[in-house]
Design a binder for this molecule. Sequence first.
Ligand SMILES: [Zn+2]
Ligand SMILES: [Zn+2]
Length: 145
Amino acid sequence: MLREAELRVTRPRVAVLSAVHDHPHADTETIIGAVRGALPKVSHQAVYDVLRALTSVGLLRRIQPMGSVARYEARVGDNHHHIVCRSCETIYDVDCAVGTPPCLTASDAHGFSIDEAEVIYWGLCPDCAPDSDPDKPEPERNSGD
Ligand SMILES: [Zn+2]
Ligand SMILES: [Zn+2]
């Protein structure tokens, strides 16, 4: 992958790519921890620099849901979207229902040639949503008055 992107193959680059591959949507701290499993002496700055370089050549995708730190993933180029839990910030990939960007038609494009619609689905994951388990009996509601 690095060679195709015409980047020199260095150990930090390989370690960062495989860390992001193993930990999709990880934040920088998590990636640094994983990289240090392979390269114990790598500096924060080196990992930041590699993340920036790999993102700029398109080998990594950087996502930053509102209120979250930047996160990285190795799944690039397929216009997939994300679903984010408002409570615990769990993130999952969601395949685009349309396929190719932009997957939403602007009601007024203002003359722009639009190449992407950024979609993030927000909600509560099954662990955080109250009463989300269909097998669980409804809690008895006491009207109380
Ligand atoms: Zn959650
Ligand atoms: Zn993703």
